[in-house]
Design a protein around this ligand. Structure first.
Ligand code: TMP
Length: 235
């Protein structure tokens, strides 16, 4: 598959057209940002880890009945995906209080939630990705009611499948962020990535943070941790 012009460059990935209008190539970078791009750095080989890990998880989601944009991994950093238009909503699912949830509601990090909590935020770095409810998304025309219902159903399935998958690898899935895209025919599919950038994963035994919080909070061993998570996911 020929890589054609670059369509888009995000903070962690580039997207290229191909000679097939229905297919794009995603290329994962080592660039790391936090706090809406205010903190910048590099995590060596993050692109390789995130590409490989995302594809393993996308394949698992397909098995569980959640359609995804994944077609085929082309190399360490590049993957062929279905061309989608990304819904401008970050879909966050939380099992345990952490991060912004802990700050916003005054709950200690690590407090288990009585049930998984789903939230949306508006994918707008310039506004700090503000928290948003269904009515806001509908009022702004970001998605339809049917699309939101589909997204919530898929997000719950992704959570259940990933919780079990990671627990087998000695990792607790604290929370995660996913994004969905729309194919030309309107079908909603899971897209973007699933990686230590977009999940909070804590070691089951030690509660050690095994995700991007090591970069966000300057906890050290960032590269080693990304590599360790990939090794566990592959095992
Ligand atoms: P939060 O507690 O900072 O809102 O993060 C919730 C989850 O979403 C966490 O697993 C990290 C992930 N996340 C992203 O993938 N991108 C982002 O821009 C932010 C803020 C969080």
């Amino acid at each position: 598959m020929e890589k054609r012009e670059q369509l888009y460059e995000g903070k962690a990935k580039k997207v290229y057209k191909t000679d097939d209008p229905g297919l794009y190539i995603v290329s994962y970078k080592d660039d790391a940002t936090a706090f809406d791009g205010k903190k910048k750095g590099t995590i060596a080989d993050k692109g390789v880890v995130n590409n490989t890990m995302s594809n393993i998880l996308f394949a698992l989601m397909e098995e569980k009945g959640v359609p995804t944009h994944f077609v085929k991994q082309l190399s360490d950093r590049e993957t062929l995906v279905k061309a989608v238009t990304i819904l401008p909503l970050e879909v966050i699912v939380r099992n345990v209080a952490a991060g912004h949830f802990s700050q916003r509601y005054g709950v200690d990090e690590g407090t288990p939630l009585l049930r998984p909590a789903l939230e949306f935020s508006y994918k707008r770095d310039d506004l700090g990705d503000p928290l948003m409810n269904d009515d806001h998304a509908l009022a702004l025309g970001l998605a339809t009611e049917g699309e939101l219902a589909q997204v919530k159903k898929y997000a719950a399935k992704v959570n259940e499948a990933m919780k079990g998958f990671f627990l087998d690898k000695g990792l607790k899935l604290i929370d995660f962020k996913i994004e969905f895209g729309k194919l030309d025919d309107g079908t909603i599919v899971l897209a973007d990535e699933i990686s230590p950038d977009t999940c909070r994963l804590w070691d089951v035994e030690t509660n050690e943070k095994m995700d991007k919080d090591r970069f966000r909070r300057d906890l050290g061993n960032v590269e080693e941790t990304y590599r360790e998570v990939l090794d566990r996911v592959r095992a």
